[in-house]
Design a protein around this ligand. Structure first.
Ligand code: ADP
Ligand code: ASP
Ligand code: MG
Length: 445
């Protein structure tokens, strides 16, 4: 069958009977567009599945954790007037897996992915059962049965190039509304994989691109993409429209509302994304589109990474030689440490990484040809908007705000796409900086 739209519902949107009833109404309204529904695990369940894996590995008490997870799902089912035993087969698998981990005291990424998969596998059953209950011809579907095949990088799997054709083939033979598990895939030898935390957005984009739908809807618990994380900045407001490039920048800076990989399939297939609020479906949300009209340009949002470290590399003799940057990049690549922001001067290079990254081996390598210092307790602030391209006044306002706050930027970088300005500041001043910038960029008259 031909789907017109993908509708993805996040953890909070499937987190209670009341939320799932809203999902039923939203999907029902879209029934003429032949929706392809993607769901996350019930809110908080993936975290609990990770905690359960840890507890099993440490030989702790998993029975109680399993009981909690089961009770949460059974309550939702009961509140919906559905039989609570619907999730029993997956709860049995969960206990078996936990038992296996506890027995062997071993939890490979492959095992952890299988454990983590249970959240989405249960929520898809519950949501499909409710949709059927309200008269929609819905059926639950595991991502692999919808054609999503990935590589075997457990914990951060990516779809195989053959996946699109398989997704289309699976859709061809189907009727009704599929309720598909987000976040999951399966590698060629048959083991379940996950796409990384928050990966259901990515699933929605993968399916939407493969099926050439008209729109990918991301239903969540806020009115859309906001001018800042509404949990950090109370005065944050909805951004009506973003370009793919702006949304990608925001996601990479850590705005949790869209998973960083989400944009790639949508960009490839030029499919607009819309971010919408399950609790206020009448609101217009945020449109994410390929190109902006002139009137749609502006500064869009501020995103942050609260825990980063900077690595400063100084090697005056090397600087004008070929391959210096390559040697630096190579040290990071060899030890699989991801670099966020790079700033260079004539004699030095500064790079930022996630504070949790294992830097010791990288520093050891770098020290063989340079002087290296690591600065910790830093945070990254990203101001995003294509307007930064020609908005000289905006850059001035950003640095003036820092000066007013008495905050020295440890590092600043203006990306090649010129739609973002990244500033590294001491972590203890992050809140002041975000509040100050938000006020100056979005609230000042
Ligand atoms: P879901 O479970 O629906 O995928 P997430 O928790 O992953 O929801 O993402 C939504 C959350 O993202 C919001 O509740 C909000 O706190 C956070 N967030 C961070 N930055 C932004 C932003 N710029 N705009 C909107 N939400 C943001
Ligand atoms: N349930 C998964 C997580 O919590 C995927 C998602 O919600 O997007 O990371
Ligand atoms: Mg999410």
């Amino acid at each position: 069958m031909q789907h017109g739209i993908v509708q993805k519902f996040g953890g909070t949107s499937v987190g209670s009977a009341e939320a799932i009833r809203r999902v039923g109404a939203i999907v029902g309204q879209a029934r003429d567009r032949a929706p392809f529904v993607v769901v996350s695990a019930v809110g908080g369940v993936t975290n609990r599945l990770f905690a359960l894996g840890e507890a099993a590995l440490a030989g702790g008490d998993v029975a109680e954790l399993a009981r909690d997870i089961e009770a949460l799902h059974r309550k939702i089912l009961t509140d919906l007037g559905l039989g609570p035993d619907l999730v029993a087969p997956w709860m049995a698998e969960l206990r078996d897996l936990a038992h296996g981990v506890a027995l062997l005291r071993e939890r490979s990424p492959r095992t952890q992915d299988r454990l983590a998969s249970l959240g989405e596998r249960m929520s898809a059953r519950i949501v499909a059962a409710h949709l059927a209950q309200v008269g929609l011809s819905a059926h639950p579907l595991d991502a692999w049965d919808a054609g999503l095949e990935t590589d075997a990088r457990f914990g951060c799997a990516r779809p195989l190039p053959t996946s699109d054709a398989k997704i289309r083939a699976a859709a061809r033979d189907r009727t009704g509304i599929p309720v598909v598990t987000g976040y999951l895939g399966r590698e060629p030898s048959g083991a379940i994989t996950t796409l990384g935390r928050g990966g259901s957005d990515y699933s929605a984009a993968i399916f939407g691109a493969a099926l050439s739908v008209e729109e990918i809807q991301i239903w969540t618990d806020v009115d859309g993409v906001m001018t800042a994380d509404p949990r950090q900045v109370k005065t944050a407001r909805r951004v009506p429209v973003l370009s793919f490039a702006e949304a990608a920048e925001l996601a990479f800076f850590g705005a949790k509302v869209l998973h960083p990989a989400t944009m790639a399939p949508a960009v490839r297939a030029k499919i607009p994304i819309r971010v919408l609020n399950t609790w206020r479906p009448e609101e217009r949300g945020t449109r994410v589109v390929a190109a902006l009209a002139a009137s749609e340009r502006g500064i869009k949002s501020i995103a942050t990474k609260g825990h980063i470290a900077a690595v400063n590399v100084v090697a005056s003799e090397m600087m004008f030689q070929y391959g210096f940057l390559e040697r630096i990049a190579d040290a990071f690549a060899r030890h699989e440490v991801v670099v966020d922001v790079i700033a260079t001067s004539e004699v030095s290079v500064a790079l930022t990484v996630d504070a949790a990254a294992r830097l010791e081996p990288v520093v050891e390598d770098l020290a063989t040809f340079s002087e290296v210092t690591v600065v910790r307790e830093l945070a990254l602030v990203g101001v995003v908007g294509e307007e930064l391209r020609d908005g000289l006044g905006i850059q001035a306002r950003i640095f003036a705000t820092l000066a007013e706050l008495g905050v020295r930027a440890e590092m600043a970088s203006y990306g090649a796409t010129r739609n973002n300005l990244s500033i590294v500041v001491p972590r203890e001043r992050l809140k002041d900086v975000v509040d100050g910038l938000h006020e100056r960029l979005f609230q000042a008259p």
